[in-house]
Design a protein around this ligand. Structure first.
Ligand SMILES: [Zn+2]
Length: 240
């Protein structure tokens, strides 16, 4: 059992997690540095390099009396396993639809299946779990996770795109169920369209999973703006 104290300083981006407690001495109890960081309220999914007296260490490091710890934020974009796949927590429905709009694989469970089942699905399907719930992100079984910092969907989307740099393929995925879209002949999808749509448009697609019909013009100008903005800022050369 260690005793004594260390000091822990966090990157400014991590200040959202611990309020006024950052920088205060921390009493040692034999825990790993990873546990110390989590006990101060910072999910390890958000932590980049850990430095102890200027030397990089792993989360399993056991701190010793007098050490000075610096905790960096996760680098952007970080290296991820390809293809980038996500699983979103129940409160992120709008972000889910925007990711799908950009062709990004974004699974979502509604109604809520609970933290344990979400973590299990993340592991089984190697999906990065996105959540604003720190407790969920602390679950050991998740494949990978990321805290969503903002409550505003536009900022949430920027957060995910800048952090993971997923490949963008707008208009290729069903925003309702996450299935892939395929081109469809108007005669095939006519009975699934609102009145007169079949006469007004000539480019159609359908979801291979749920059968929902899509057509050029079905997308509100606001969605077009989201796609255009994302492509202009995040579709450049991959930095990861
Ligand atoms: Zn669908």
């Amino acid at each position: 059992m260690n005793d004594g104290e260390i000091t822990v300083r966090f990157a400014p981006e991590l200040g959202v997690f611990f309020g006024q407690r950052g920088g205060a001495p921390v009493r040692l109890d034999g825990s790993t540095l990873g546990h110390v960081v989590e006990s101060l309220g910072v999910p390890l999914t958000e932590v980049g390099t850990l430095l102890v007296d200027g030397r990089p260490v792993q989360t399993g490091h056991i701190p010793a009396d007098g050490e000075s710890v610096t905790v960096a934020a996760v680098p952007r974009p970080r290296q991820t396993v390809e293809p980038v796949r996500f699983l979103l927590d129940i409160h992120l429905g709008t972000l889910t639809r925007r990711l799908r709009l950009l062709g990004i694989d974004a699974a979502y469970e509604n109604p809520d299946i609970g933290d344990a089942a979400l973590a299990t699905r993340s592991a089984a399907e190697r999906r990065i779990l996105l959540s604003r719930d720190r407790g969920l992100l602390r679950r050991r079984e998740i494949f990978a996770g990321a805290y969503i910092y903002s409550h505003r969907p536009a900022e949430q989307l920027d957060d995910v795109l800048s952090r993971f740099a997923p490949a963008l393929a707008p208009w290729t995925r069903c925003t309702t169920c996450n299935g892939s879209l395929r081109p469809a002949d108007v005669d095939v999808v006519r009975d699934r369209l609102p009145d007169n749509t079949g006469q007004s448009y000539d480019t159609f697609a359908e979801c291979v999973e749920c059968g929902q019909a899509y057509w050029k013009g079905a997308h509100h100008a606001r969605l077009d703006a989201i796609v255009t903005d994302a492509l202009s800022r995040f579709a450049g050369p991959r930095a990861g």
